[in-house]
Design a protein around this ligand. Sequence first.
Ligand SMILES: O=C(O)CCC(=O)C(=O)O
Ligand SMILES: [Fe+2]
Length: 198
Amino acid sequence: MGLFSEKIDLNLPESEISYYSNFLKTENASAYFKILKSKVPWQQDKIKVFGKTYDQPRLTALYGNNDKAYSYSNIVMRPHEFTPELLQIKSFVEKEAEMEFSTCLLNYYRNGKDSNGWHADDEKELGQNPVIASISLGAERIFHLRNKKDKLLKHKIVLEHGSLLLMAGETQHKWHHKIAKTSKNIGERINLTFRIIK
Ligand SMILES: O=C(O)CCC(=O)C(=O)O
Ligand SMILES: [Fe+2]
């Protein structure tokens, strides 16, 4: 893990969110990016919006230590077996979060046009008050948070290469989050979100 990793608590109401820049050393983060980009069987899912079918604006993959599927927005994902690199990252994250995860959902944002719309990770198979641990590799993207009840209550944070974002407590019940599209000419990004699927 990075020598200068520093924990920042976001201190937003109705949430428990902390951010660690340089959670992974830059060179390790770059090596993970490269190997995951080439090794992961990235899949293109379809989403349905008002009855029309579109390509989801990013590629994804699911890894898990059980065979439990993960379903969200009409997509059912089946897990692959963890690879050595993912198990290594998982163990770093577990040490910081002081808990074990069963599953990792990976997102591959090919450029600034790829995105992840407003949502909460509140599916019932994630359990009550799920802890979500999110590692960012590659291009920086802005992570937007918006309170579900008070939509004027918003926050944003830049997710840097090698960073860790931890969301816990009632965050998923009270807040939505998204990765917005950007017209900036930016590179690719891989995101890993560790979860427990029951
Ligand atoms: O790419 C990110 O940082 C967020 C991913 C996310 O919210 C999700 O997969 O549920
Ligand atoms: Fe999410």
